[in-house]
Each structure stands twice: as C-alpha cells, then as structure tokens.
Write a protein that binds this ligand. Structure first.
Ligand code: SF4
Length: 445
C-alpha cells in the first residue's frame, strides 16, 4: 500500500517555501500521493526522505521482461489482489520444459510443436510464451541444446541449470536475447548474481520458505541484481497457493519490497490432467510464470483460455469493430443478421453461421461491447441505432431482398425497427445455436 498524503507530509521540510509551485508542503504532499508530481520538485528533501519517497514511487511488484522483440514476456507490475478492484495487467507466462537428454531431432520436433501452439479466440491471439531448457547432462550438451532451441524459436528462453559454467556458455550464445536464469539459492547466490549482472538478465530466486525468499532477494539486491522472480518450491499445491497469495498480499498491502517481484512455479508432473489442473490453479492465483512439461494442444488451449478470461479488463467488455462482415461467398441474396459488437456475441454468431455453411452478412452494431439483452435494456441496441448502422454500411445497395434477421431475444423491437429501417424484420432464434437450422430453412416471404 502506498503512503498517504499525510504520511508523505511528515517527510517534507514543512517550511511552505513554495519553490515546488504549491502554496504549502501539505498541498505538495497530496499531489505526490496521487503521483501527479515528481519528488524532484522539492529541492529541500533530506536524503532519508528522498530514499523513502523514491521507494514509494516504485511499482509494488516489479515489472520483469524475459526475451526480446514482439515475443518478449513481461510479468509483474500488478496493483491489486482481486481483478474487480481494477484489473490485472500482465498475464502469466506459460512455458514448456525441454530436457537436454533427448535427441536433437526430438528437441526440434518439440520446439516446432511449441511454436505452433497458437490459437485465436474471440478475435485475440492466444500463444504460449517460453521454452525452458533443463540441464541433465554436461555443460557441452546443455549449450548444444540451447543453440538448437534458440535457432528454432523466437520465444523467450529459461535456462534451468545449477552449473554456473554451463550457464555462462549458454548466456554467451544467447547474448542480447534476455533469457531468464533459473535459479539462485542462498547457497549459490554469489555466482548466479554475478552471471545475472554480467549478462544483464533476470534471475529466479528460489527458496523453501517465504522468509528465506525474502532474505534471498534482499541479498541479491545488495549484489546489484533486482530483476528477480521468486520461486518458493518443494511444497504441495495448497501450500504453494498460500505462498503465492502471501507474496502478492505482502507486496501490495504491506509494501514488502523484498517480495515485490513476480513469482514462478515449476510443475513436474507426468500425469497430464494433474499437471493442467495444477497449472490452472496457479494461473488463477497468482503465478507470474508457470512452467509445465506436456505440450498437448487441447490442454494448452484450456490454460490459455483460462488466462485470457482472467486477464481481460472486467470494466471493459471485449469488443469487435462495429461493421458489416461478409461470411463466406456472399451474394445479394445472402441473409443479413444483426448482432452487437460484444466479442462473445459476434464470435458465437459467426461460429454458427460458418457451421451452417450458408454465406451470410453479419452486422455488428456498436453497443459499447454489451451483449444483446444488456444492450437492449441499456438502450444501446435500439431500432434507431440498428437503422443507423444498416444505413451506414449501405445494406440496401448490397442485398436485393430487404430483410434483416434480429436476435430472438429482442423480438419486441421488430415492429418499430421495420418502420424505421424500411426492411422487413425476421425474428431469428434466441440462441445462436439455433442459427444453422434457422438459416437452412430461411425463406423471404
Ligand atoms: S518546495 Fe518543498 S519545502 Fe518548499 S513548499 Fe514545496 S514541498 Fe514544502
């Protein structure tokens, strides 16, 4: 939790000299609490006060970047415990562990499969983020595998090894690619901190208990490494969830800087169902990165879908561009279906139209992302608005039949819409699932 205006005021000189542009120190403090001004505006801060205020200006959970370019992963920088309080900003990275003790061709096959784990859902691209290479053999084999993987993927990489020499060779190979090093412990922190500093890459700090993790991040920070990700390992799932929740809670509510980093979870389960269930739990609360072994596409899709649902902004429904969408080989005889620009509504209708194999036009009306009934109740899906949209996209000049199909839930507007638009209104099914048979039997009277 950030400092209040009064907390900040106590740290100011209280001379009301006005050099900051405010009439009083209290007025300046209030603006500082809102992050509307910079602490540099007051030239008379003591170094102790400045250090405290600078610390307060940092995000409670540090933003960490792994990888580079368009496929880089950013995690952290969250402000709330619960999505409805604001929103979650950076979806957890989902990555796959590759062992280095399989053959080169098996590695290439797995990397190709991971690269192909791309899906589209309600107009958004869903993709996995990371490949973690785990050392089981000697440094040479580890580095060879790092070379194979890095030359076959653009995804960010995680280097899983206890061998600082092997890691050093691998980091040379990956210069500029910003991989994540896994992992420093209290026993090896000096060597790992040295590597993270030398190659300017993020580092996982691993401990068995929260207190130990907190001490380790403080120690690493003293050694100049602050791009950290925390792993509290070796516990059953309920205890891990407890730890992940405490890390988030202590960072946000108690301003605990030593735990103000994203967290990482490795799931080493051979049973696919157990692994996916556990990964889904950690995605829900509060992992920054989840590493798994299996790469079954249906299982990965379920995790990506869950992540997408949790990390959408609850105050902003997903929307698509309001316009006329031709689906299939449309002609001037094709039906024209009206729906809203709420993504889920549009894509549900789209799916059923495609399933019907009847080329159709779909018009999405701008309802500010509300679904059909909500938009109708909020007067965003009115005969006037629908008519405006139909006219805007020139439907009269595109089809020759002068019919519009509206969702069954808003049958009540059909008369008024008919008068206003000049089209004959056909009331479609209430549920999109009824569209295929409706479209197959559709005849214009
Ligand atoms: S410059 Fe500093 S001391 Fe002067 S009024 Fe502003 S906050 Fe107070």
């Amino acid at each position: 939790m950030g400092l209040s205006g009064l907390d900040i005021y106590k740290l100011l000189p209280k001379t009301n000299c006005r050099e900051c542009g405010f009439a009083t120190c209290l007025a300046f403090a209030m603006q500082l609490a809102k992050k509307a001004v910079s602490i540099d505006e007051c030239p008379y801060l003591s170094s102790e006060a400045k250090a405290k205020l600078e610390a307060q200006a940092q995000p409670p959970i540090k933003l960490i970047t792994i990888g580079q370019g368009e496929t880089r992963l950013q995690v952290g920088n969250e402000n709330v415990l619960f999505r409805h309080e604001e929103k979650f900003y950076h979806p957890p990275g989902i990555g796959f562990i590759l062992e280095d003790n399989i053959t080169d061709s098996e590695i290439k096959d797995r990397v190709e499969k991971i690269n192909g784990l791309k899906f589209e859902r309600i107009g958004q691209a869903l993709e996995a983020n990371l490949i973690a290479i785990r050392q089981n053999k000697d440094a040479k084999r580890f580095v060879d595998v790092v070379k194979i993987v890095s030359s076959n993927t653009l995804l960010g990489l995680v280097l899983m090894s206890d061998d600082t020499q092997g890691l050093k060779y691998a980091l040379e190979v990956l210069k500029g690619k910003n991989p994540l090093i896994y992992h420093a412990t209290k026993e090896n922190s000096a060597g790992f901190a040295q590597l993270a500093k030398e190659y300017k890459v993020p580092l996982v700090a691993q401990a068995d208990e929260l207190e130990e993790a907190s001490g380790l991040t403080v120690e690493l920070a003293k050694q100049g490494v602050t791009d950290l990700i925390i792993e509290v390992s070796g516990k059953p799932m309920p205890e891990r969830i407890w730890d992940l929740t405490q890390i988030r809670r202590l960072a946000l509510k108690k301003s605990n800087r030593s735990l103000g980093y994203p967290s990482l979870v490795v799931i080493d389960k051979n049973d696919l169902y157990e692994e996916i269930q556990e990964a889904a739990t950690y995605i829900s609360k509060y992992a920054g990165i989840v590493l798994i072994k299996n790469i079954e596409s249906w299982a990965v899709l379920s995790l990506l879908t869950l992540r997408q649902n949790i990390y959408t902004d609850p105050q902003k429904p997903l929307q698509i561009e309001p316009k006329l969408y031709p689906i299939g080989q449309v002609t001037d005889k094709s039906p024209v279906l009206i729906t809203t620009n709420f993504s889920l509504s549009y894509y549900t209708v789209l799916g059923e139209v495609e399933a019907s194999k009847i080329p159709s036009y779909i018009i999405s009306v701008d309802t500010e992302g509300m679904s059909v009934l909500t938009a109708w109740a909020a007067e965003k899906f009115t005969p006037h608005k629908i008519t405006e949209t139909v006219n805007k996209f020139g439907v009269k000049g595109i089809v020759s039949h002068k019919h519009l199909v509206i969702p069954g839930y808003v049958a009540v507007i059909s008369g008024e819409l008919e008068d206003e638009s000049g089209f004959k209104i056909i009331v479609g099914p209430k549920e999109a699932a009824g569209l295929p048979s409706f479209l197959k039997n559709l005849q214009y009277g």
